[in-house]
Design a protein around this ligand. Structure first.
Ligand code: MLT
Length: 259
């Protein structure tokens, strides 16, 4: 479905009824990474997964920011008549979620921080993003796909799953990917927010995540008052894709406790 409520056309997937659950995808992916959550959680939640600005079937702009992406999500919720939702952010989606908490805290009933972190990029990391944006502009989406394929799943993941993610990455618009990479480089430090988070929080990490080591997810959970922590076993970075049953079960049991 498409929403034109913000300044751009935003595409989103929606399934189920009940408590609204908004799922924000990572880079260089789109809402299709949540297919197993749209299927597996629709009996309990109204699951909404937007393609963030520049990604999937949503419009791309030359530049963007985590703030602008958060505003797009807020506009989508307004358009859908949703006053409050549980919001889950995976990796880059988590960076957007921190911006949503800063700008639209009234919309957020609870948060799930999956394989993400509050800290900004190092100077070296920022320089790497600038190079990545250039490579994407020159070579297209394959530059992002080549860099990310080895990191998204554990070495034991089925080829079929790897190929599914590769197809998603290769289908992205180069200009949208480049804008996302530079927006991640420019994102502010959100770590000062953690101690002030007052909504129920679930932090999810995985044993095989080489981008966000599980120790970092533990530290994030320890910094947020009352946060629950869940470890997904047998997964690389994209834990919800590689171990959807574990991921969905963690969300379900946490939701039972907080709702
Ligand atoms: C993601 O999965 O969204 C990215 O790896 C996040 C990042 O590069 O910081």
């Amino acid at each position: 479905m498409d929403s034109n409520n913000s300044a751009i056309k935003l595409h989103y997937r929606e399934r189920g009824q009940g408590e609204p659950l908004v799922l924000l995808h990572g880079f260089p992916l789109d809402s299709s990474m949540w297919e197993d959550q749209l299927d597996g959680l629709a009996d309990r939640f109204r699951v909404i997964a937007p393609d963030l600005r520049g990604c999937g079937q949503s419009e791309a702009t030359e530049r963007t920011s985590m703030e602008e992406m958060a505003d797009d999500v807020a506009a989508l919720l307004a358009r859908l008549g949703i006053q409050q939702a549980i919001v889950a952010g995976f990796s880059m989606g988590g960076y957007v979620l921190f911006a949503l908490l800063r700008r639209h805290p009234e919309l957020v009933r609870g948060i799930i921080l999956s394989n993400t972190k509050a800290e900004p990029d190092t100077e070296e990391g920022k320089a790497g993003r600038v190079n990545m944006a250039e490579a994407i502009r020159e070579q297209g989406a394959s530059a992002a796909e080549t860099a990310m394929t080895p990191k998204l799943l554990s070495p034991d993941a089925p080829d079929e799953l790897r190929q599914r993610l590769q197809r998603t990455m290769l289908a992205q618009k180069p200009e949208g990917l480049a804008a996302c990479v530079l927006a991640m480089a420019d994102r502010p430090d959100s770590s000062g927010q953690l101690a002030g988070i007052r909504v129920p929080t679930l932090v999810i990490g995985s044993d095989g995540d080489t981008i966000i080591p599980f120790s970092l997810s533990e530290a994030t959970a320890a910094a947020i008052p009352g946060a629950a922590l869940s470890r997904i076993d047998g997964a690389g970075h994209a834990s919800n894709v590689e171990q959807p049953e574990q991921w969905n079960a963690a969300v379900r049991s946490w939701a039972e406790r907080i709702l």
